[in-house]
Structure formats: structure tokens, C-alpha cells
Write a protein that binds this ligand. Structure first.
Ligand code: HEC
Ligand code: HEC
Ligand code: HEC
Ligand code: HEC
Length: 507
């Protein structure tokens, strides 16, 4: 094989090409080095504060003046156009999508109205719009307490600081409507002075304390999930702690598994509501997203919520955290492919196949529980006694708790597929045990025919079956949104115009 020297001797122009090529490469490297230095100083300019504000500043746009990239990406949570196979940020009427939910939640607010979650920027608007908060006006109260505002806004830590935690939770939902106007944002997750991640919600700090842990000992990587665990967790309102206060509490004292929380609730005989069809004392799983995530492969490998839902991105040479919190399937390149070499299609296929398989069994469990509620109602109608029904109703409670735990842990089928399947299969077993007890009871009561399954093929039919007058609720809501909400916004504007902010760097 000819050496480089032989080649140049035969073709001298090759030597010149090599020489000038080297010159060009050295020149480009020089340019790159100077651009890196330039960008470093650009980074300094970006983080020079333009505005000074207080620790409890609730307005995202005010923080945004200092951190334009984070603020611009945060604002994209307003986008509601992305839909994946089961999730995404489009508003989907889940009761229309699956009318069995109306029966499962009969007697409880969720049977009125339940939509798939959207971006953080909608949190305040969506809680005002949902039928669950009612149409509180002309002296009528909302059926929900102020506790419901807890996971919606940076106005929450501000107001808790002003009036105290218990006082914040106290009272019906409309009494603090004028106080909570800025949707989830900067002040929920950051310290205003240092910009470090910060736990702003007492509910999580208190839960850690009761488990004998100090949340301040959490590592930086754990904090990248714990800021989310302020809201994406299972909770209940403890009405016994302080009189007249539905005190927001995480049922974690015995552990975070579905069984540990169930045992906690059973021991204190807590029920979110009494089921209107079966009369079972029910539990509503809220959204144990963090708890289920902890049992999955990613969590055990140290991957945080922010790694997938708030990946780093780069703009003009500036690396920053994408504050467009959303389904990672809308951003596979930044969220998954940082760690995985597989093609986008393969990664999406992985997520969908986990979801498909889990939803297949979740659907079966759902039908079993609807049947159990309906059969329990028949048993009451045939004259069953409290004593005869007791164990059956507990089975219904436990089966539906498991179904809801799996269904409401949004993303759980991907975050922890094995645990989610396990929860559903234990639910199926319990639901079947309940229905065997029901069959025996019917035999005792002298009834030996199948109990008919109701026609609940649409949301309207399901609402008719449980006897809920939705049209009335809807027209009341429209009036409330037209009359009351603008008044709240006006009051808030006046209050906020009094907040101190100072422009510090005008150039
Ligand atoms: C202050 C409470 C709060 C905190 C903190 C919070 N969330 Fe949320 N999150 C919500 C609420 C409420 C919604 C539903 C908003 C709606 O539908 O109006 C939501 C919605 C979402 C969605 C659905 C968005 C969509 O486009 O469908 C994702 C994903 C999400 N959050 C992830 C996270 C992650 C990851 C973190 C931590 C980095 C986090 N959240 C922190 C309350 C919170
Ligand atoms: C749901 C929680 C959450 C909210 C809301 C939030 N952030 Fe962040 N923010 C994070 C996380 C997580 C990081 C990554 C921090 C880390 O790893 O040190 C971060 C990082 C940052 C950083 C450090 C630089 C960077 O990009 O990594 C800045 C600055 C910042 N956020 C500004 C803001 C501003 C401004 C808002 C409001 C518009 C905001 N954040 C809202 C969770 C949040
Ligand atoms: C910060 C790194 C990181 C990110 C980001 C990440 N993963 Fe992973 N993923 C891992 C690690 C580590 C494992 C465990 C692999 C092992 O131990 O062999 C894993 C395992 C998996 C598995 C197999 C285990 C299971 O639960 O099925 C799938 C599928 C997967 N990841 C998909 C994804 C998808 C889809 C995304 C984006 C939404 C993603 N990952 C984002 C690091 C990451
Ligand atoms: C390894 C990556 C990964 C990690 C870590 C992760 N998620 Fe997810 N998350 C996903 C994927 C993938 C989905 C499914 C999205 C879909 O179906 O469109 C999802 C779905 C969700 C959803 C429902 C989104 C929607 O569009 O309605 C929420 C809420 C959520 N995750 C919150 C969290 C929280 C909170 C944590 C931490 C406790 C977390 N996630 C950790 C990848 C991740």
C-alpha cells in the first residue's frame, strides 16, 4: 500500500489540499472556541435579573421577564392539540368516552363531569369550568371546599403564607375564588431568591414527617420528582384533624402501596362517599402518579419525572430545561432518545403495547365492578340485610379502589407496567369474590336468575340510569362563569396591582 509521502510525491496537488484542509479545520475550531466563550457571556446576560419581586410572587409573567426561555416554554402548556393513543393534552370528555364511569362514581362529583387532564396553564380555568365545583352564586355554596385549590396555582403558597395553612383549606370553594387566579407556575416549584427547586406544599412535607423522614434530605435528582409529587399523588381530606377544616393529607403512614393505603383508610373507616347504587362506602383514588412511578424500572434506575417530562433543550447555544410539561411522546428526541438508542417508532410502540395490554384487563375489571354495584342494588331491593351485605360492600370498595388506583395514576401503565397489572389483577380477584358472595346471597334470598346489565351505552343513558339532571347543572355553570368569574378576576387585578416589583436592569 502506498504511503502518504509516495502519494504526495506522485501528485503534489494532494499535498496542497491536505495543507489547506488543515488550515480550514484549525480556523473553524478557533471560531467554535470563540463562539463558546461568547455564549457563556450570553448565558450571563440571560440570567441577569431584569425585575425584582417577592418570594411569593404568583404571576408567571413577572418571573418570565427574568427567565424568558423557561417562561416561553411554560406558555406552550396552553397548546392542546397533541393526542397520543390514550393520553395527550386535548380535552376529552371521559364520561362520553366510557359511560361506565358514570355508574362507578354514582353519588360522587366525578359522575357529573370528568375530562382528561390538559396542560398546567389550564389548571385554574378547568377547575372553574368543571361541574364538580358547582355554580356557587346568589348565596349558594359550592359542594367542594377551598382545599380543592391546593394543586392549581402559585397563589396557594402565597395565600397560605398570609392566612395560615388550616385557614387556607377552610370554607367552601367559592370563598377564595378571587384569590386563586394564576395557573400552576414558577412559584409552585422554585425559590424566588435562589431559583432552587422548592417544596411549597405543606401536605408533602407533613407526609414525610409522619413517615419519620425529612424532605430537606432529598437529593437533587429526587427533587426533580418531588416537586411533581406535591400534586401528582393520592390524597384525602382529613376532617378530624382540625374542626371544620378539610385538611389535605397523604395516606402514606403505612406505606405507599395500594394495600398500605387501603389498610390506612380501612383502619380510620374513611369513605370519600357512599355509592348511590350499591351503598358501598367508597374510596376515590385521586392520582397516585408518583407512588406508582416509584415502583417502576425508570425510578429504580434513578430517572426522574423531569428527565422525561421536562427534558433539557438547547436554543441559541443555551441549554435549559423545557418547561413545556406534556406527554413525552410529543418530544421523543429530547425525552427518551437521550438515554435510548431505539428509533422513535419502536419507543412509541413500547409505550402503546404496555398501555394496550393493561387497559385490556382494566376494562374487564371495570365491567365486573359495574355489575357488582348493580347486583348489590338488586340484593338490597330483594330485602338483604346490612349484615348480609357488609362483606360484599367491602369487596366492592376494595376492587374499585384498585381499579381507580390504576386508572387515575395517569401514565401508570408506562411508568410501572408490572405493578399496574398486579394492582388490576388483585382487583379482578376481589371483584369476583364479591360477586360469588352475591350469587350465594341471591340463592339464599330465593332468586336464581341473571341480574340484567343496564343500558349505559352513552353518557346520557348512564346519567339517566343514575338519575342525574345534568342539563340543569350545565346551565347553572354557564351562568356562574359569566357572572362570578369576571368579578373574581377584577378583584385579583386590583390586588395584584399593589404587589411590589422593581425593574433593575434597563438596557
Ligand atoms: C401545583 C400542582 C402541580 C404540580 C407541582 C405539578 N402538576 Fe402536573 N398537573 C397538575 C394539574 C392540576 C394538571 C391538570 C391540569 C388541567 O387539566 O387543567 C396537571 C397536568 C399534568 C400533565 C398533563 C399535561 C397534558 O398536556 O396532558 C402532565 C404530563 C403533568 N402534569 C406532569 C407534571 C410533572 C412532570 C410535574 C413535575 C415536574 C408536575 N406535573 C407538577 C398539577 C401539578
Ligand atoms: C412543575 C415544577 C416547575 C415549574 C412550575 C417551573 N419550573 Fe423551572 N424548573 C423545574 C425543574 C424540575 C427544573 C430543573 C432543575 C434542576 O434540575 O436543577 C427547573 C429549572 C429552572 C431554571 C434553571 C435553568 C434551567 O432551565 O434548567 C429556571 C431559571 C427556571 N426553572 C425558571 C422557571 C420559571 C421562570 C418558571 C415559571 C414560568 C418555572 N421555572 C416553572 C421545575 C419547574
Ligand atoms: C435518563 C435516562 C432515561 C430516559 C430519559 C428514558 N429512559 Fe427508558 N430506561 C432507562 C433505563 C436505565 C432503563 C432500564 C434498562 C436496564 O436496566 O436494562 C430503561 C428502561 C426502559 C424500558 C424497558 C423497561 C420497561 O419499563 O418496559 C422501556 C420500554 C423504556 N425504557 C422506554 C423509554 C421511553 C419511551 C422513554 C421516553 C418517554 C424513556 N424510556 C426515557 C433510562 C431512560
Ligand atoms: C421514563 C420516562 C418517564 C418518567 C420518568 C415519568 N414519565 Fe410520566 N409519562 C411518560 C410517558 C411515556 C407517558 C405516556 C404518555 C402518553 O400516553 O401520551 C407518561 C404519562 C404521564 C402523564 C399523563 C400524561 C397525559 O398526557 O395525560 C402524567 C400526568 C405523567 N406522566 C406524570 C409523571 C410524573 C408526575 C412523573 C414522576 C413521578 C412521571 N410522569 C415520570 C414518561 C415518563
Amino acid at each position: 500500500m502506498a504511503t502518504l509521502r509516495d502519494i504526495i510525491r506522485k501528485k503534489p496537488w494532494m499535498g496542497w489540499i491536505l495543507f489547506s484542509g488543515t488550515v480550514v479545520i484549525v480556523f473553524l475550531l478557533g471560531l467554535l472556541a470563540s463562539s463558546i466563550i461568547e455564549r457563556k457571556s450570553e448565558a450571563l446576560i440571560v440570567y441577569t435579573p431584569q425585575v425584582e419581586y417577592g418570594q411569593y410572587e404568583p404571576r408567571n409573567e413577572v418571573w418570565g421577564a427574568n427567565f424568558p426561555r423557561q417562561y416561553q416554554s411554560y406558555k406552550q402548556t396552553k397548546d392542546d392539540s397533541f393526542k397520543s393513543k390514550y393520553n395527550g393534552n386535548t380535552m376529552i370528555d371521559m364520561l362520553e368516552d366510557d359511560p361506565r364511569l358514570v355508574v362507578l362514581w354514582s353519588g360522587y362529583g366525578f359522575s357529573k363531569d370528568y375530562n382528561q387532564g390538559r396542560g398546567h396553564a389550564y389548571a385554574v380555568e378547568d377547575i372553574q369550568k368543571t361541574l364538580r365545583t358547582g355554580a356557587p352564586m346568589d348565596g349558594n355554596k359550592s359542594p367542594m371546599p377551598n382545599t380543592c385549590w391546593s394543586c392549581k396555582s402559585p397563589d396557594v403558597p402565597r395565600l397560605m403564607n398570609e392566612v395560615g395553612i388550616a385557614e387556607f383549606y377552610k370554607g367552601s370553594w367559592e370563598t377564595k375564588g378571587h384569590e386563586i387566579v394564576n395557573s400552576i407556575g414558577c412559584g409552585d416549584c422554585h425559590d424566588a431568591k435562589t431559583m432552587n427547586l422548592k417544596i411549597t406544599r405543606p401536605v408533602l412535607i407533613e407526609a414525610f414527617e409522619r413517615m419519620g423522614k425529612n424532605i430537606n434530605d432529598a437529593t437533587h435528582q429526587e427533587m426533580r420528582s418531588l416537586v411533581c409529587a406535591q400534586c401528582h399523588v393520592e390524597y384525602y381530606f382529613d376532617k378530624k384533624k382540625i374542626e371544620d377544616v378539610p385538611y389535605l393529607t397523604l395516606p402514606w403512614d403505612k406505606g405507599l402501596s395500594v394495600e398500605a393505603m387501603e389498610e390506612y383508610y380501612d383502619e380510620i373507616e374513611f369513605a370519600d362517599w357512599i355509592h348511590a347504587v350499591s351503598r358501598a362506602p367508597m374510596l376515590k383514588a385521586q392520582h397516585p402518579g408518583y407512588e406508582i412511578y416509584l415502583t417502576g424500572t425508570h425510578a429504580t434506575r434513578g430517572v426522574s419525572c423531569a428527565d422525561c417530562h421536562m427534558p433539557y433543550m438547547s436554543e441559541g447555544g443555551q441549554k435549559f430545561t423545557d418547561h413545556h410539561v406534556q406527554s413525552p411522546l410529543n418530544n421523543i428526541a429530547n425525552s427518551c432518545q437521550v438515554c435510548h438508542r431505539e428509533e422513535t417508532e419502536q419507543l412509541i410502540k413500547d409505550v402503546y403495547s404496555h398501555q394496550d395490554k393493561i387497559i385490556e384487563n382494566r376494562d374487564k375489571l371495570e365491567e365486573l365492578i359495574v355489575r357488582a354495584h348493580v347486583e348489590a342494588k338488586f340484593a338490597w331491593d330483594f330485602g338483604a340485610s346490612e349484615e348480609q351485605m357488609k362483606a360484599i360492600l367491602m369487596d366492592i370498595r376494595h376492587a374499585q379502589w384498585r381499579w381507580d388506583y390504576a386508572a387515575a395514576s395517569h401514565g401508570g401503565s408506562f411508568h410501572s407496567p408490572v405493578e399496574t397489572s398486579r394492582v388490576i389483577s388483585t382487583g379482578i380477584t376481589i371483584a369476583q369474590e364479591g360477586r360469588i358472595k352475591l350469587a350465594r346471597l341471591f340463592a339464599e334470598l330465593g332468586h336464581n336468575e341473571e341480574i340484567p346489565y343496564p343500558d349505559i351505552s352513552t353518557k346520557a343513558k348512564a346519567h339517566e340510569f343514575i338519575g342525574l339532571p345534568v342539563e340543569k347543572l350545565e346551565s347553572g355553570k354557564q351562568e356562574f362563569l359569566k357572572k362570578v368569574v369576571p368579578e373574581w378576576l377584577k378583584k385579583a387585578e386590583i390586588r395584584e396591582s399593589g404587589y411590589l416589583t422593581k425593574t433593575v436592569n434597563q438596557n
